[in-house]
Design a protein around this ligand. Structure first.
Ligand code: CP
Ligand code: NVA
Length: 301
């Protein structure tokens, strides 16, 4: 097999993903016990960020340092990309120099083009269509708290955005049932649902979505790039806040997840995100461990 990229969860098989999650749990234990593990000595990760980030940048950079390598943070304004150098040329040049590349951008197509011209693995650090690294962390978190997610029911409440698409892919790859409740006009596209209809269902009603769910997940109402729509969205999404009442409809041991950053009082109430069912800080921490497992998978075959 040629160079492997990680643009969506579909780039890895079910077996590879479950192994990767197990490895992430192992690497976390190793790290916490003080073990030094440096399989990526002298390896370099190039990180291209066209959108803001806290977790993705810090976790990838820390992962590379802890694995013995190094990461370079690139902003379009500081590189020739910002002055119009074609993405194809940037991909060819970067991939001649560094060992692995992470890209956070808007159009998913741009990431696909980048990867087509890269000789080294390219990782999706978030596009408008997918956020697969976050799903690795979310799945690790579920496995750690509740065991295998296979056969469980997950409720997605809110926007049919990049995280929602990645949850649809995760439902297929990890074999769980996903119920999606979005306000009319904000659903993920029908085609994507139709392709995954044995795993994902549009219910368009938060009550139906959360009843007896094992996991309740939400995300911001306006993603990066949609700031101008914030007011209109706040109106449309008003009935889609995850509250204690929402959580009360789920199973008593249901977990709450959010990729962060969160807006308390919009998509989630403070009682829920700061409450006992919330595992959002574990999700954030697990970005580090699951991305270490991913980097090891891509660079140490
Ligand atoms: N969840 C997540 O990707 O966070 P950042 O935007 O801070 O990287
Ligand atoms: N849906 C959010 C996720 C942020 C990590 C966004 O794209 O802004």
């Amino acid at each position: 097999m040629g160079v492997r990229h990680f643009l969506t969860l579909k780039d890895l098989s079910h077996e590879e993903l479950t192994k990767l999650i197990a490895r992430a749990i192992e690497l976390k234990k190793k790290h916490k016990s003080g073990d030094i593990y440096e399989p990526l000595k002298h390896k370099v990760l190039g990180m291209v960020f066209e959108k803001s980030s806290t977790r993705t940048r810090i976790s990838f950079e820390t992962a590379m340092i802890q694995l013995g390598g190094h990461a370079i943070f690139l902003l379009p304004g500081d590189t020739q990309l910002g002055r119009g150098e074609p993405i194809e040329d940037t991909a060819r040049v970067l991939s001649r120099i560094v060992d692995v590349i992470m890209v956070r951008t808007y159009e998913h197509k741009k990431l696909e083009t980048f990867s087509a011209y890269s000789d080294v693995p390219v990782v999706n650090g978030l596009t408008d269509l997918a956020h697969p690294c976050q799903l690795l962390a979310d799945m690790q978190t579920y496995f750690e708290h509740r065991g295998d997610i296979q056969g469980k029911t997950v409720a997605w409440i809110g926007d049919g955005n990049n995280m929602c698409y990645s949850y649809i892919n995760a439902a297929r790859q990890f074999d769980f049932k996903l119920r999606i409740a979005c306000p009319p006009g904000y659903e993920p596209d029908n085609h994507h649902i139709a392709q995954n209809d044995s795993y994902a269902t549009l219910v368009n009603n938060p009550t139906v979505a959360t009843t007896d769910a094992d996991l309740v997940v939400t995300d911001v109402w306006a993603s990066m790039g949609q700031e101008d729509e914030h007011r209109a969205r706040a109106k449309a999404f008003a009935d889609y806040q995850v509250t204690p009442e929402t959580m009360a409809r789920a199973k008593p041991n249901a977990l709450f997840m959010h990729c962060l950053p969160a807006h308390r009082g919009e998509e989630v109430s403070a009682e829920v995100i700061d409450g006992p069912q919330s595992v959002v800080w574990d999700e954030a921490e697990n970005r580090l461990h699951s991305q270490k497992a991913l980097l090891e998978f891509l660079l140490c075959p």
